[in-house]
Design a protein around this ligand. Structure first.
Ligand SMILES: [Ca+2]
Ligand SMILES: [Ca+2]
Length: 218
C-alpha cells in the first residue's frame, strides 16, 4: 500500500496512521519526518563530463570523479523512461543504442540515509567517429575494390556505402569520381596526397556535410 503527499512545506512534520477492520481500530502509529530545503547529498560527484558517440546506434558516456558527499548507488534515467543503475564507487556509466541525437537524460545519486541528490543533466560533447579514409566498402582495407565499389554506386546505381567520409577519399566534402581516382592513385602509385592517406583510422579533420554510419573497421 502506498500513500503520496506532495507540496509539503520545508520543516518538521508528523503524520499518524491507524488501521481499521470492522469495529477494531489499531493504535495510532505516528511518524515524524523533516522536509529539508536542500538535499544533504549536494555534491555526489565532481568534474562531470559527457561524450556522445553517434556511431553504432548512438552511445553516451558520462564520467566523473568522487565528490564531497558519499553515495551508495545512482541512476542514469533516459527521457523515454529507461534507466540504468550506477554501481557504488563507479566513475562512469555508458548507455548504448540511444539514437542518432543526444537523448534527454539525467543522472542522480542516493546516499546511505535514503537522500537523493539533485538531478544532474550533463552536457555532452559530440565525439566524431573514427573511420578509414578511402575504405569506401568498409571492409577494413583500402584497395582497388573501394574505387570499383564507389563507381558502381555512382554510375550503375549499385549498393551505396555506409560512411560518406570514408568514400570522400580526397576530403573535399563530396563523394564523386575524383575520390575513386584518388583511391586508385594511392593503391597503384602510392600517391598519398591530397590528404596523406596512411591506413589508420581517424576522425574527420575537416568540416563538411557528409555523414553516414562510420566506424573504424580495423
Ligand atoms: Ca575497402
Ligand atoms: Ca571527395
Amino acid at each position: 500500500n502506498e500513500y503520496q503527499a506532495e507540496d509539503i512545506a520545508v520543516g518538521d512534520h508528523v503524520f499518524g496512521l491507524r488501521g481499521q477492520s470492522g469495529d477494531l481500530v489499531s493504535e495510532l502509529v505516528t511518524v515524524f519526518f523533516t522536509v529539508r530545503a536542500s538535499t544533504p547529498l549536494s555534491e555526489p560527484v565532481a568534474g562531470i563530463s559527457c561524450s556522445y558517440f553517434p556511431s553504432g546506434g548512438g552511445t553516451i558516456e558520462v564520467t566523473w570523479s568522487e565528490g564531497a558527499d558519499s553515495w551508495t548507488s545512482g541512476t542514469l534515467e533516459l527521457g523515454d523512461g529507461e534507466s540504468l543503475e550506477i554501481q557504488r564507487g563507479a566513475t562512469s556509466i555508458a548507455a548504448e543504442g540511444v539514437g542518432l541525437e543526444v537523448p534527454e537524460f539525467a543522472i542522480y545519486f542516493l546516499d546511505a540515509e535514503g537522500y537523493y541528490s539533485d538531478r544532474i543533466v550533463p552536457v555532452c560533447s559530440l565525439q566524431s567517429a573514427l573511420f578509414l579514409r578511402g575504405d569506401c566498402n568498409s571492409d577494413g582495407a583500402v584497395s582497388v575494390s573501394d574505387a570499383i565499389f564507389q563507381l558502381n554506386h555512382l554510375y550503375l546505381g549499385r549498393e551505396r556505402w555506409y560512411c560518406d567520409d570514408a568514400c570522400d577519399a580526397n576530403d573535399d566534402g563530396r563523394t564523386n569520381l575524383s575520390d575513386a581516382i584518388t583511391i586508385i592513385g594511392y593503391v597503384f602509385l602510392g600517391q598519398i596526397e591530397p590528404i596523406g592517406m596512411d591506413r589508420t583510422c581517424r576522425p574527420d579533420e575537416t568540416e563538411d556535410f557528409l555523414g553516414g554510419i562510420c566506424e573504424c573497421p580495423l
